[in-house]
Write a protein that binds this ligand. Structure first.
Ligand code: GDP
Length: 206
């Protein structure tokens, strides 16, 4: 039976945050309209992106009534099924209108920037502050991960991998570069955060 259809042992909420346009929606749902300077998305790349989702690695879910979108991703760890419900802002961050409800109950957050956009990287501390204003992150129960997306756009890189690593170390979070276009790092990023969350849950006294 497909892992997504099996009964889960843990259901955990993970929120995606970061500036508008960094690729949050594209890392969890099919995005074919990839735009980048002086170029265009070739048909083989478009098919590669599409096939990632038809292989069922992420399951886009319907829009909820509070205007967020989410996808689910399950992973088997130590014989347990951990089901991640990954919330996407659905553009609400443009209006700086992420509500407390968006963050409530989350066990992890992926803070996403675009490696070709320095402002999106420089906004990361503000996003961490916004997270801290809404949810307790310092007691070790909230797992954070920094994600530098659009790694396929090497020619337009404005933030080095070393800078990403250093910022992640400063805030004691994991770090990964991803590309929603060629799917590199995406599975690993979600796998890592679900494993980190499972590590905390499995150590909790029952
Ligand atoms: P959001 O506002 O953070 O949800 O960003 P979107 O997911 O809507 O993506 C913004 C734009 O970046 C869209 O045109 C996407 O097609 C493009 N995009 C997203 N991820 C990538 C990526 O990994 N590589 C490239 N080249 N483009 C991407």
């Amino acid at each position: 039976m497909a892992i997504e259809n099996r009964a889960y042992d843990f259901l955990v909420k993970v929120v995606l945050i970061g500036d508008s346009g960094v690729g949050k929606s594209c890392v969890i749902s099919p995005c074919l309209a990839v735009t980048f300077p002086n170029s265009y998305l070739s048909l083989p790349s478009a098919l590669a992106v599409l096939s990632r989702f038809t292989r069922g690695e992420f399951n886009p879910d319907s829009k909820s009534t509070i205007g967020v979108e989410f996808a689910t991703k399950s992973l088997e760890i130590d014989g347990k099924i951990v089901k991640g419900q990954i919330w996407d802002t659905a553009g609400q961050e443009r209006f700086r209108a992420l509500t407390a409800a968006y963050y409530r109950g989350s066990a992890g957050a992926l803070i996403v920037y675009d490696i070709t956009s320095r402002p999106s990287f420089e906004a990361v501390p503000q996003w961490i502050q916004e997270l801290k204003n809404n949810i307790k992150v310092d007691d070790g129960n909230m797992q954070l991960m920094l994600v530098g997306n659009k790694s396929d756009l090497a020619h337009w890189r404005a933030v080095s991998t070393d800078e990403g690593t250093a910022l992640a170390e400063e805030y004691k979070m994991s770090f990964m570069e991803t590309s929603a276009l060629d799917a590199s790092g995406v599975e690993e990023a979600f796998g890592t955060i679900l494993k980190d969350i499972y590590g905390v849950l499995s150590r909790r006294p029952t």
